[in-house]
Design a protein. Structure first.
Length: 82
């Protein structure tokens, strides 16, 4: 007969745990989204650098990179984009 009242504090503690897990999940989801966005930005920069180095190699000096630095960044592109 007291079993129903005994479970109420456990439900409250359980709901607090779920809220904590949800906030951690949101944080990890936000971290994952920012990591993906950063990766896309790096990939876009490398792709643009490759395009510039092929079309107008003299512009690499204008952005403050040496030819070797540009080649190293382009080498970081996935093999199907090189």
């Amino acid at each position: 007969m007291n079993d129903t009242f005994a479970s109420v504090p456990h439900r409250a503690a359980r709901s607090e745990m779920l809220v904590g897990q949800a906030s951690r999940w949101r944080y990890s989801l936000a971290a994952l989204q920012s990591m993906i966005a950063a990766r896309r930005e790096q990939n876009r920069f490398r792709w643009d650098l490759k395009r510039i180095s092929e079309a107008n190699p003299h512009l690499i000096d204008d952005i403050g990179l040496t030819k070797r630095q540009a080649e190293e960044e382009i080498a970081k592109l996935p093999f199907w984009q090189r």
